[in-house]
Design a protein. Sequence first.
Length: 158
Amino acid sequence: MPEDFGIIAMAMIVVGLVEVFSYLGVDLALIQRKEPTRDYYDTAWTINILQGALLTIFLLLVAPLIGSFFNEPRVVPVVQVLAFRALAVGFENIGTVAFRKELDFAKDFRFGVLKKLLTFTVTVSLALWLQNYWAIVAGLAGAPLLGVGFSRRVLCAR
């Protein structure tokens, strides 16, 4: 239903704004370093995890306020589920930054496209099965989890 897309839009406005305004750029710091050590990568990964945890907690706490603001109680559980995207993104392998640092755009492109294709396939499959807006929520929330698994697999094969 069209109003179902509105629920997703309301939730993603808030989740997206929080994600954009909380971007710390630790990946850019790694790219800027001439020869980052394993400690730099570990520190950047830790910062990403902590940031994701804090964003998740923040979004879980403000979800009821978002529902009140939009006067739509159905948006509250959607925001709560989408809050865990930030945590999952924090666990994505920081080593994928090496693709951009080494200017290996082919690997970076393949990684990004395959991750999106996998997410698209899962989301469409869920939409055919569930036939409601929770398929989109599951796809949006599950995409970072797929990214975590995929980033581990890509870098382990490297």
